[in-house]
Ligand binder design. Structure first.
Ligand code: ACO
Length: 314
């Protein structure tokens, strides 16, 4: 059974921080960041702005675009590693802000930058196998990565931003879907915070993560398309996790496809981890780029290590 996206939404915090803004307090420059990553600006939560509020804002837009209300939601799954509280979950906080029905279960998944695709696949499995009161799921990817950035570590702090994206989905035979998820335990390469870690900051071996990403993305795309019996020529657009423009450029070169097939918006948001794929999808719906019948492959990769790909039919 396939999956149909009924509506999407996105939200970013009020504070936009350009590379030049960052260079006032961090030993860096717009030139270095833009050349190495494609990033020009990001949004950071200001005092009082919460991941839950961003999630609810994105979810309200997604529900409105789907022509549905909170009462129609049968399940809420959120992906994050920077929720406002360790517990209750971000999904429960969004549940409360949105006024979702008590019959709708709500929980988080943490697969870092693969979080949204993991949440989407989890929602699909629940819709197919569980007794939910409504066949509609709300899937959220939201982060305030700025809260775990060490601004003394210039090679990492310039790469990330905050934001939220949401999608309202239901099962549909008319919307073919395939998904592959994978994981390999490796804490050293990329990790952040947690009560047992000693500090709250995000630490990353940028070069190794770059190597991992440029290897796993093409393999994941081929695996998902293989499951669906399709080739890249059958796909209209690839939406990768928006970590770094150079990672996408490497993948485009490796696969020998036109660069325009891979969407890029990291210049506006930087790397928003679990929010990056739904943020991108929402922009693509808003601009009318995504039209019924189109095939989109979404690919995520991140801490864990985790990775995942999903073929979505619009
Ligand atoms: N501004 C200016 N100079 C900098 C900065 C900065 N922000 N950061 C590092 N430098 C300097 C370094 O100190 C070094 O200087 P040196 O040669 O005098 O020692 C020089 O720039 C080169 O540093 P490298 O770390 O070797 O730079 P590299 O070209 O590898 O680029 C980067 C670093 C951009 C982090 C790259 O490794 C990368 O893109 N990695 C992928 C990281 C990523 O995208 N992770 C997220 C994916 S997973 C997830 O989303 C959680």
């Amino acid at each position: 059974m396939g999956l149909q996206i009924l509506g999407t939404g996105r939200a970013v915090p009020s504070r936009c921080v350009t590379n030049d803004d960052l260079a006032k307090t961090v030993d860096t420059s717009d030139e270095w960041i833009a050349t190495r990553t494609g990033i020009r600006q990001r949004y950071f939560c200001a005092e009082g702005e919460t991941v839950a509020a961003l999630s609810a804002e994105a979810a309200r837009l997604a529900l409105a675009r789907a022509g549905l209300s909170a009462a129609d939601v049968g399940l809420c799954v959120a992906a994050t590693f920077t929720a406002d509280h360790a517990t209750p979950s971000l999904a429960c906080e969004a549940h409360a802000l949105l006024g979702l029905p008590e019959s709708a279960p709500a929980f988080d998944v943490n697969a870092a930058c693969t979080g949204f695709l993991t949440a989407l696949e989890t929602a699909r499995c629940f819709l197919a196998a569980s007794h939910l009161a409504s066949p509609v799921a709300l899937v959220i990817g939201a982060e305030a990565v700025s809260r775990v950035l060490d601004f003394a570590d210039r090679s990492t702090c310039v790469l990330f931003g905050d934001g939220a994206g949401a999608a309202v989905v239901r099962l549909s035979d008319a919307h073919p879907y395939a998904c592959r998820l994978g994981a390999r335990g490796d804490v050293k390469l990329l990790h952040a915070g947690g009560a047992g870690s000693g500090d709250r900051f995000l630490h990353m071996d940028g070069r190794e993560v770059f190597r991992f990403a440029t290897d796993i993305i093409p393999r994941t795309i081929h695996a998902v398309l293989g499951d669906a019996g399709l080739s890249l020529d059958d796909v209209d657009l690839v939406v990768c996790h928006q970590a770094n423009g150079r990672i996408i450029d490497h993948v485009v070169k490796k696969l020998g496809v036109p660069a325009g097939k891979f969407y890029k918006n990291m210049q506006r948001y930087a790397n928003t981890s679990a929010a990056s794929i739904p943020l991108a999808l929402d922009e693509l719906f808003e601009t009318g780029t995504l039209r019924p019948g189109m095939r989109v492959v979404c690919v995520g990769f991140g801490a864990g290590l985790t990775w995942g790909g999903a073929l979505v039919t619009i």
